[in-house]
Design a binder for this molecule. Structure first.
Ligand code: ZN
Length: 159
């Protein structure tokens, strides 16, 4: 996979800030270190065979909502149709919240166990931290992240 190097400003990425790593999280360029949260990316790529790209965002809305409970329910939004397999606004999508953990391997294991049970089909939140969401292509992953972030913002403002 291609992944951002550790410590880069995500708004100012250049090609040199992207490196290659294997799906066990080992950088293929031994001089450079991949993102601290690489193992969370590896987990999704291994669990979701059609996953082609993953985005991780830190927003005010996703952070606020992640501190309110163990899940965020999104219901009645037209933008839900951006998510995989959803064809109507008349549905409720649950985005689970996992406790943050500085032991990323342990956190990846927690996420994987939940995904094996069918949770986090469209993404997940880490409490007080941010969102992980994905798609089959870079464009679809970005589209889904933007839709989720928009709905989180609506939830935050309307609560
Ligand atoms: Zn993060």
């Amino acid at each position: 996979m291609a992944i951002t190097a550790s410590g880069c400003h995500k708004g100012e990425l250049v090609e040199a800030d992207i490196l290659r790593a294997d799906l066990e999280g080992r950088s293929l360029d031994p001089k450079r270190k991949s993102s601290y949260e690489t193992l969370l990316h590896c987990q999704v790529y291994k669990r979701v065979p059609e996953c082609g790209a993953i985005f991780h965002t830190h927003s005010v809305a996703n952070t606020v909502l992640s501190r309110r409970g163990d899940k965020v329910n999104l219901a009645g939004y037209e933008l839900l149709k951006v998510l995989e397999g959803i064809t109507t606004h008349d549905v409720t999508v649950t985005i689970p919240v996992f406790d943050n953990d500085q032991d990323i391997a342990r956190l990846a294991g927690t996420v994987d166990a939940a995904m094996r049970q069918g949770a986090a089909r469209h993404g997940y939140l880490i409490r007080g931290h941010g969102l992980y969401a994905w798609g089959p292509t870079l464009a679809s992953a970005r589209h889904r992240v933007e839709a989720l972030e928009f709905m989180f913002e609506c939830e935050m403002r309307s609560a």
